[in-house]
Design a protein around this ligand. Structure first.
Ligand SMILES: Cc1cc2nc3c(=O)[nH]c(=O)nc-3n(C[C@H](O)[C@H](O)[C@H](O)COP(=O)(O)O)c2cc1C
Ligand SMILES: O=C(O)C(=O)c1ccccc1
Length: 388
């Protein structure tokens, strides 16, 4: 049971007695501003930017703003429950870290720092295929703490199979298959800055340590890193995949498989028909299709199709506790947090990520209580109205 009320008082007291003007921000916009100050143009825009004119990024925020919470009173919210259950595991809150690759462009400790913060905060960490550090190193940092692995489905099926095996062996308990990035979108700032992290060898930690990947190289990546990177760019994404290929993944792993990047209700039906164990409604934080539907706007229809058959999670645009409450009330079992954690990482490494997660959890708990609700499992759309 949670009580963040006391923590808020503690935080205010801490702030009153701490004369340091550089203390960690509370305001989301200040985290972003501080990240902007510490990052060069290339990395900052890579993280903060979206596809094309960024209309999808804006749509994500607008979709949250369109729904309003209608709080209920006198419902005894003294004892509250933030825990959820997914695939037989109990998680401390309905929040996870979204898979984010190339984190060494944000902080020298990269994914190790984010994973450490996740373990400390009891927030599951989803390790990206495109991490700078190999999945085994990330796992080692986390001990027994919960973690999932995000799969970029390589053109070479042996690499895909090897990633699935390595994830199982290093204690990841679910596979998130990202479907919306068989190729990188048109991202204007990255083109303007001539900045693509993987072309300078970032985000290939899992690949350069993979026996299946390395077996296809003319020489070892140590001897010839350029060839290794070129091979990566040729094999990274697989635009030829179809729904029939999901069977390949099911054959090669016993872990639950979640499909990330679903926005169309017909695709939710196909996901069910092809045996997905979960769906993540997402537009990749507005980084792939410019002009796409806001992720939250896509959520209700997808939950309508899926019902209670498999869990639906969501990401894209979560910035504050009330966003999490809205997503859960519209049917998501949990949400993934992307950029906010990365701004925390840029500003203060693992401590920054932990602070961002802690603040989001406190804000979510308080918002839920003040809306008259005491369990994240019981939230539903009766506390929301849509304003057109
Ligand atoms: C810098 C960056 C790198 C990302 N890398 C990956 C990745 O490797 N795999 C993946 O599935 N999603 C990736 N994403 C998308 C996130 O998982 C998530 O969908 C998105 O950030 C959520 O939106 P938000 O940033 O508005 O919270 C990345 C996002 C960012 C900002
Ligand atoms: O930038 C991204 O959104 C992303 O998913 C990615 C893909 C490949 C390498 C690094 C990040």
């Amino acid at each position: 049971m949670s009580n963040y009320g006391n923590q808020i008082q503690f935080k205010v007291y801490q702030t009153m007695t701490d004369p340091n003007p550089d203390r960690l921000p509370v305001v989301y916009e200040e985290w972003e501003k501080r990240a902007r100050e510490v990052l060069e143009d290339g990395p900052y825009h890579y993280v903060a930017g979206g596809a094309g004119g960024e209309s999808t990024m804006n749509a994500n925020l607008e979709a949250f703003n369109r729904w309003k919470i209608v709080p209920r009173m006198l419902r005894n919210v003294e004892e509250r429950d933030l825990t959820i259950e997914l695939f037989g595991e109990t998680y401390q809150s309905p929040m996870m870290q979204a898979p984010v690759g190339v984190q060494s462009i944000i902080h020298s400790d990269g994914e190790i720092a984010s994973a450490k913060a996740s373990a400390e905060m009891g927030v599951p960490y989803i390790a990206s295929s495109a991490s700078t550090k190999p999945m085994e190193e990330i796992a080692k940092e986390m001990g027994d703490a919960p973690r999932w692995f995000q799969l970029y489905w390589n053109k070479d099926p042996e690499v895909t199979r090897s990633f699935l095996k390595r994830a199982e062996l290093s204690g990841y308990s679910a596979i998130v298959v990202t479907l919306d990035t068989p190729m990188m979108a048109w991202r204007e700032y990255d083109l303007k800055n001539v900045y693509l992290p993987f072309l300078i060898g970032e985000g290939v930690g899992n690949y350069l340590t993979d026996p299946a990947f390395c077996s296809k190289l003319p020489t070892s990546p140590k001897e010839d890193p350029t060839s290794a990177i070129m091979h990566w760019t040729k094999t990274f994404g697989n635009p030829g995949l179809t729904w029939e290929d999901i069977a390949f993944l099911k054959e090669h792993t016993t872990l639950p498989i979640l499909l990330k990047g679903i926005l169309h209700p017909e695709d939710a039906k196909l996901a069910l028909a092809h045996g997905a164990d979960g769906i993540i409604v997402s537009n990749h934080g507005g980084r792939q299709v410019d002009g796409a539907i806001g992720a939250l706007a896509a959520l209700p229809q997808i939950c309508g199709v899926v019902g209670d058959k498999i869990p639906v999670l969501m990401d894209s645009g979560i910035r504050r506790g009330s966003d999490i409450i809205k997503a859960l009330a519209l049917g998501a079992k949990a949400v993934l947090i992307g950029r906010p954690c990365m701004y925390g990482l840029a500003v203060a490494g693992d401590q920054g990520v932990a602070e961002v997660l802690q603040n989001l959890k406190a804000d979510m708990d308080l918002t839920m209580a003040l809306a008259g609700e005491k369990s994240v499992r019981e939230l539903n759309s009766s506390i929301l109205v849509e304003s057109k």
